[in-house]
Design a protein around this ligand. Sequence first.
Ligand code: SAM
Ligand code: SF4
Length: 444
Amino acid sequence: MPGPMPHPRAPETFRVKSFGCQMNVYDGERMSELLGAKGLRAASDGEEADLVVLNTCHIREKAAEKVYSDIGRLAKAGGENPPMIAVAGCVAQAEGEEIMARAPAVGLVVGPQAYHRLPEMIDRAVRGERPADTDMPANAKFAALPARRRSGPTAFLTVQEGCDKFCTYCVVPYTRGAEISRPFNDLLREAETLVEAGAREITLLGQNVNAWRNDAIGFDDLIRELAKLPELQRIRYTTSHPNDVTDGLIRAHAEVEKLMPFLHLPVQSGSDRVLKAMNRSHTALSYLKVLERYRAARPDIALSGDFIVGFPGETEAEFEETLRLVDAVGYAQAFSFKYSPRPGTPAASMDGQIAPEVMDERLQRLQAALNRDQLAFNRASLGKRCQVLVERRGKLPGQWLGKSPWLQSVHFEGEAGIGDLVAVELTQAGPNSMHGQLLETVAT
Ligand code: SAM
Ligand code: SF4
């Protein structure tokens, strides 16, 4: 096997490629800021970067495999002068040593809780070392990151990381570590700088975001405090866990105008036996009851969820219980996945692994039901007048694209600019987006 490639030249340009969840998008932005502070420049579109950071996802097998194909492609693309490759994120955490052994083109490996050390690791790689850092103390990372200076109209803010729930299929507790909540004052400061930098909507992020807590300050208190920032127009949060929902959080949906009427609450399955085998510690009924309470507080709330089909031992009848739950809820949108065995998780060695063709067929039926409901939700929105936060130009001349309060993508034409909050009437509904008629500009 060829030896490690030295990188005698310090990189001047970089590209960060993030895969997977929104928390990785947040981490990718923070790594870009770190590299900018080190004096590197983001490579422009089409330009080969001297340093490529692959910010990886380990949640399902396909996501993890992508890393190796990307490394191979990058190593070849540079010819005589390949870029320095840094593997970051959850694959780095779970398979750091294997990556170093399997892929000599990789210059360094950095786990999701250690990326604040990226600048010094690059220096070490330039000196010919192959540093690997997969330490786990999450708050140390946040304290070491530079202040936020740039933001589009929508921004992510990670408030909570890690997970102690150990669902039997999931790698997150192993790759992201134990649950931690970032300090309240740090979050307030980061939110203020994001708003100063142009953010009008902040999405609070966490693997179990609603588990955030600082002593007596609960997640709903955090939302209420952030809502006091005058220029911040909208607050969202994702992903919630059914067991961490509090009365205070539900009340906030009725009382805090800036908190958008949208909830992403994964359920995974509609079968109590499967939920138990998944170690979800909620039942289908307790989940539905949580949704009922949200709907009582905020009747127009748009609901979203995550589903896994083909968990080991899932029978046809149990899968049909999932379909019945979907029918009962009427989701505005949702994510659905085939079960993917992850090394080291209890479910990977359970009896009754489901054949791929059975999983395919179940996923198709589930997605047909979810798509039907998404279109129905969009059609039921026709005629509604709402605010749209403009995120970018649309594909057609004079067209703009933004999001409704219910997280629908809305196209419209007329006088507007990025970051404007405009009033529109929703006039056309498709499966994945809406068209709107501009009424007036509400605020900028
Ligand atoms: N913490 C959140 C929760 O429990 O609801 C979800 C976080 S996880 C990053 C996002 C989604 O990936 C999960 O809700 C689940 O549907 C899916 N997922 C996780 N592990 C999986 C696996 N081994 N196979 C298929 N899907 C998986
Ligand atoms: Fe994974 Fe379960 Fe934790 Fe969500 S709650 S991150 S699915 S272990």
